[in-house]
Design a protein around this ligand. Structure first.
Ligand SMILES: [Zn+2]
Length: 156
């Protein structure tokens, strides 16, 4: 059985963290300075560190992946290539992009008044983050994100 990796994105990789969450990967974001704590947290929570800090990577090769690319698209490709990840899977849009917590499915009755009226009228599937309350639905923004991830998946 294949185990889905969990990540901690080191500083400067905040966008990458949000996109990995949207792709369904449990990804914490670490903005602290204490790299010993980062390594400890990674080991403790069995997370792989995604980092642009070469020194950290050299000292922690077994628990980290060095990200060379600077822009998001290239970073996502790098993660996919280095870890042989499938970015489009059944877990797409199951984790809050802000909080890294699992989303709960909601019925349209439950989100009336919380989403724009036209959205409540046209969409059927909603999910919500328990922590921040953000509601996700399969609108145009969703489609754009899905297409972005799909095109990355088809590039080398
Ligand atoms: Zn949230």
């Amino acid at each position: 059985m294949e185990i889905t990796p969990k990540f901690i994105a080191d500083g400067m990789l905040g966008s990458l963290a949000r996109w990995l969450r949207l792709a369904g990967f449990d990804t914490e974001y670490f903005s602290g300075k204490d790299k010993y704590f980062l390594a400890y947290k990674a080991r403790n929570e069995k997370r792989l560190v995604l980092t642009r800090d070469r020194k950290f990577f050299e000292n922690n090769r077994t628990i980290s992946v060095f990200i060379e690319a600077e822009d998001l698209r290239a970073q996502l490709k790098e993660v996919r290539n280095k870890l042989k990840l499938e970015l489009v899977n059944e877990k797409l849009f199951t984790i809050c992009s802000l909080c890294n917590l699992p989303l709960e499915e909601k019925k349209v009755e439950e989100v009336i008044g919380l989403v724009p009226e036209y959205v409540a009228k046209t969409q059927k599937h909603f999910s919500q983050c328990k922590k921040c309350g953000k509601i996700y639905w399969q609108g145009t923004h969703w489609e754009r994100m899905l297409n972005f991830i799909k095109t990355i998946n088809h590039e080398d």
